[in-house]
Design a protein around this ligand. Structure first.
Ligand SMILES: *Cc1c(COP(=O)(O)O)cnc(C)c1O
Length: 389
């Protein structure tokens, strides 16, 4: 019996050709493909600057550094996200705190954020940066979150690792309409892939310049940035402590080619699959993804919440039942503060009750652009079988 994964890449012959062309060229890295990929994504998002990097994790790291996050600062993110959304602050020596989720969208809840900002302001404990995560590909309620960050003077990063191609109020995610920096991931399970890879986009010239510098060791070849006069063309200066977070031209070529498929077939297919699930699962005891009327989701994940009170099985029994039928469902995510690393920092189980409730009920069904109708039917049949067992 073949297995059906929860997510996977789609690589076309054209993608392969694009990569092979780079392999036959002069530049495997630091060539023309990276700036071309950056321009493609920036134009798509209608944003000024794009900085391609080795992963979304490195993008989050240099985004935090560019915003000046350091030891003694506080950074907040959503309780339900991949650990990288919080770890980036820890890399900078900052303290992390978590915001409760909206039980319908699994995104951070603007009302909870407002209450938490208000309480923090009274105790002079506001964060320097908030990292809003567009869970499953559905953008957060950005106008409210943006307004709150303005009011409390908190800088805003959007972790759009799930969400390239999504829209909020009909504007592409990545436009930085409400935020300082937006981050994308190109890991193979995400919407488009470069194998490993990520990008940071911003409209702010200084932030872009800083992130470019941090991507390559803090080294500049731009005479305008140098502290000393350049004696000749070989000269460069390290003016900050940076990293090697570069993306290769091999990866960028794949990214350029993948961008051609983003709207169609990738997102178009994901929406068809989501609509099919909504119809096929309608009468089952579970909460299906709810879409906020202001958003167009990129449907990175299709997460259902089991109505455990009606089912008589635990989530893990349903999970194991599906896995044993070859349906490789997954769980996104454990509340970040429940990881031993964060518990050691003092976080206790139950810290965000809505996040915990979600964690007990959630299951990610297979969702990827070339999930076929027959395979999707197999997922639904297996789910019905398990629920009636
Ligand atoms: C995948 C993911 C990341 C990390 O992406 P990488 O490119 O693998 O580093 C960060 N945040 C979220 C929400 C993610 O899903």
């Amino acid at each position: 019996m073949s297995t059906i994964p929860y997510g996977r890449q789609h690589i076309s012959d054209e993608d392969i050709e694009a990569v092979v062309k780079v392999l036959r060229s002069d530049y495997l890295t630091q060539g023309p493909a990276v700036p071309e990929f950056e321009r493609k994504v920036a134009d798509y998002c209608k944003v000024k600057h794009a900085i391609a990097v080795s992963s979304a994790t490195s993008a989050l790291h240099i985004a935090c550094l560019a915003l000046g996050v350091q030891a003694g600062d506080r950074v907040w993110t959503s309780a339900i996200t991949f650990a990288a959304s919080a770890n980036c602050a820890r890399y900078c020596g900052a303290d992390v705190d978590f915001v409760e989720i909206d039980p319908r969208t699994f995104n951070l809840c603007p009302d909870a954020l407002e209450t938490k900002f208000k309480a923090a302001a009274e105790r002079n404990l506001l964060p320097k940066v908030l990292i809003a995560v567009h869970m499953c590909g559905q953008p957060c309620v950005m106008d409210k979150i943006g307004a709150l960050c303005k009011k409390y003077d908190v800088r805003l990063i959007e972790d759009a690792s799930h969400a390239i191609g999504s829209k909020y109020q009909n504007i592409a995610t990545g436009s930085c309409t409400y935020s300082d920096i937006v981050i994308f991931s190109f890991h193979p399970v995400k919407i488009i892939t470069t194998g490993e890879g990520g990008m940071a986009v911003t409209n702010d010239n200084a932030l872009a310049q800083k992130m470019r510098l941090l991507r390559t060791h803090g080294i500049t070849r731009d005479p305008a940035e140098m502290h000393k006069a350049a004696p000749a063309e070989w000269y460069y200066e390290q003016i900050d402590l940076g990293f090697n977070y570069r993306m290769t031209d091999i990866q960028a070529a794949l990214g350029i080619s993948q961008m051609k498929s983003l709207d169609a077939p990738f997102l178009k297919n994901r929406h068809v699959i989501a609509d099919n699930y909504a119809r096929m699962l309608d009468d089952l005891p579970m909460q299906l993804p709810w879409v906020h009327p202001d958003t167009y989701s990129s449907y990175h994940l299709y997460v259902v919440r089991l109505r455990l009170d009606l089912i008589g099985l635990t989530r893990d029994e349903v999970f194991r039942g599906l896995r044993s039928r070859g349906i490789l469902v997954n769980l996104h995510y454990i509340p970040v503060y429940r990881h031993p690393y964060y518990e050691k920092l003092g976080f206790k189980p139950g810290y965000c009750p809505e996040a915990e409730k979600y964690y007990a009920e959630a299951i990610s069904l297979p969702m990827y652009s070339n999930l076929g109708t027959e395979d999707q039917q197999r997922v639904v049949n297996a789910l019905k079988e398990v629920l009636s067992s």
